[in-house]
Design a protein. Structure first.
Length: 298
């Protein structure tokens, strides 16, 4: 198990997609290839987060993915996504994670129920108490239907397993509130495009969707952003990042991965369907622009 300081060395954590076959089975050869690309780039890996369609996968599939991914023994860090609305189920899932070689966990705000400050605090506290590893809390109101209360971070400040926060509200103001509540906490942008805006407030990097398709390129984008060389990342990275959200995540990123030949199909787990995204040509053009940018900024 790695220390929080070791985990902080990653400026990019990739929320890896789950590649599927045409009949919606997990495509393990493609998954292995994607994971190795992240390791080669030096990016940390988030396994079975929302970009992986984790809530749409069966428990059996998720367990097999965990066994497969940790069995690769990649030379990078890997954390496991924990998220749902029933606490006992999430504690059981975390217990399963404890049996495998993860370096930490990504704990999402409870889904659907819209708990307040006390409910959120108790939820995260219960999960962190059950963990022996560092935990990244995850604020994503667009998916969970409730925003994390900044005071949660104050209430949990002394917990030994509180490592970091993934802030994905899409709001610079909200990020500022979290930073004020936890001045010393490691905070990652959960929105690729907003990383440069968060850097002046002490952002440590990005938990990224874009790095699925641009592993080394996103790492370079993060490095330049953290060095506050913003003129070298605007406006291309804002356009590139936003292009991957022209439809529900991960529809666009899977479409581009398929176009690049990195996965065999753009298939999604129900209720998502790959036919709901038809703008691959737009992504292909942006992909060329990103490749050109990388040649100039390597």
């Amino acid at each position: 198990m790695k220390s929080q300081a070791e985990l902080n060395k990653h400026v990019v954590w990739t929320a890896v997609v789950t590649p599927l076959t045409a009949d919606a089975k997990v495509d393990y050869p493609s998954l292995e290839a994607l994971l190795k690309k992240q390791a080669d780039a030096g990016n940390g890996i988030v396994l079975l987060g929302s970009t992986a369609e984790a809530l749409n996968l069966s428990t059996k599939d998720k367990q097999e993915i965990v066994k497969f991914a940790t069995g690769l023994r990649l030379k990078t860090s890997m954390i496991l996504g924990i998220g749902g609305h029933q606490l006992d189920e999430q504690l059981a899932w975390l217990k399963f994670g404890e049996e495998h070689a993860f370096d930490g966990y990504l704990l999402v705000t409870p889904l659907y129920a819209k708990p307040g400050l006390v409910g959120q605090t108790k939820w995260f506290e219960a999960l962190m108490n059950a963990s022996t590893r560092p935990c990244m809390l995850y604020n994503v109101p667009g998916r969970s239907a409730v925003a994390m209360h900044p005071e949660v971070l104050r209430h949990l400040a002394g917990h030994k397993n509180l490592w970091s926060l993934k802030e994905a509200s899409g709001s610079v103001e909200k990020y500022s509130q979290f930073r004020q509540a936890a001045p010393k906490l490691t905070i990652y942008s959960g929105d690729d495009a907003l990383l440069p805006f968060f850097v002046p407030m002490g952002c440590a990097g990005v938990v990224s969707v874009a790095s699925n398709v641009w592993p080394a390129e996103t790492k370079r984008y993060a490095e330049l952003s953290l060095a506050q060389k913003f003129e070298r990342v605007f406006p291309l990275w804002e356009k590139a990042s936003n292009s991957l959200f022209l439809a529900s995540n991960p529809l666009p990123v899977k479409a581009l991965l398929h176009h690049k030949g990195w996965i065999k199909t753009p298939a999604m787990q129900a209720p998502l369907h790959h036919d709901d995204f038809k703008q691959v040509a737009v992504l292909a053009q942006i992909d060329q622009e990103v490749q050109s940018w990388m040649k100039e900024n390597a």
